[in-house]
Design a protein around this ligand. Sequence first.
Ligand code: GDP
Length: 456
Amino acid sequence: MEDTISAVATAWGEGGIGIVRISGPKAKNVLERIFVPMRQRPIENRKMTYGKIIDPQDGSVVDEVLAVYMKGPHTYTTEDVAEINCHGSIVALRKTLALTLQWGARMAEPGEFTKRAFLNGRIDLSQAEAVIDLIRAKTDRSFDVAMGQMEGSISREIKEIRAKLMDVLVNITVNLDYPDEDIEEITYGTLESQLQAIEDDVDKLLSTARTGRLLREGLSVAIIGKPNVGKSSLMNRFLRESRAIVTDIPGTTRDIIEESMSLRGIPVKLIDTAGIRSTEDIIEKIGIEKSREALNQADLVIFVLDGSREISREDREIADGVRNKKTLILINKADLTQIVTESQIKQWMPESRVILTSMESGEGVKEVEDLIYDMVFEGQVTQENRLLITNVRHADLMKQAKEEIQMALSMCRRGEALDFLEVNVRQCFEALGEIIGETVSGTIIEEVFARFCLGK
Ligand code: GDP
């Protein structure tokens, strides 16, 4: 029999209300000990009741609360659960929590409520992990994706692939164990097409991991260009506030300015660099080194040119530094008389996208945003599609699964013995099982739930 756990489920701090949550066989009992409902009515299942938390030892009133008891199994943990809505005061919460601990509950570990939901089979491991992502999500899109995962989007997909793998395993096993029986003999041809179909499925799912990573970590965009071309102005346009200093004097953006923003729900880290060029100024040199670093890590480089001036040697030097990066070139100051033309840039850097912009009028800014958005989703995911691999653990296991199935596939093509390639098929099956927690070790479960906050 599990013991009964208790914790403050809301954030510590001042607030309208704060909730103490109790889960386990003694939940009702603990509540009855410390909660006195108005007019002394008995506590009913799933009925929110107004009353007082009273210390049974001295009869003192701790807080005025609303409390509810929910009988399992249709609860968050599947166990009996009680929730006490205290005033959002640290003192009230601390005292109420202490009473629950005194009268039969023990302090919950971080994530223990969700862990119980997993161990009791209500959700699988990928769904439990989505709960953390949901709590931590900072933008609409990451929240949506976590919500989809919590509802089982990944689990469903994984289970389908595993069912196909199981079919293959059964077929192989039957052929190995009963070769003389009157069973349809497995041919390498059908096996190959089955394995190929599985590989395609795994691949498709894995290909969402890049987008998933960007959603989790944010797309990092480095803005480069020589002084005075409009980098800070671009940043300000994006941020719609004036944190980066816009100035007419070249070289005053000395350090890197990093800003986070949400672009249509995608987290974007904007890095405004000091511009990469040679200088004797020590402070600028530090800035320049940092710029190089930032540049190396960026997912996208936005290279800003001043369209009203000739391309200079400095522009060319900067361009040379980003040849191997995904680059978007802005011909800025489109509101002024243009000297630089789009075709000139296309000839010069044929790999890059070019957009005419004006930070003065806002021309082209939306186009830049569109392009960043498309880059993240690569046209593969629509707004409605919430199935994305966002979790590193899942992505690693998917990669492992892919390697195993590829190995099985090439063995099949070479016509190797069935019991050899069976090993890889099985390992693929198990790697996928680890994602949803079906073939997973205790240590991994501990690690997953250690990431949770207290009371969840
Ligand atoms: P940075 O040094 O590259 O960060 O450039 P800033 O953003 O500080 O801009 C330098 C100067 O150019 C400022 O006076 C801006 O107001 C001006 N500027 C920036 N973008 C435009 C533009 O599109 N059109 C015009 N006319 N001026 C601009």
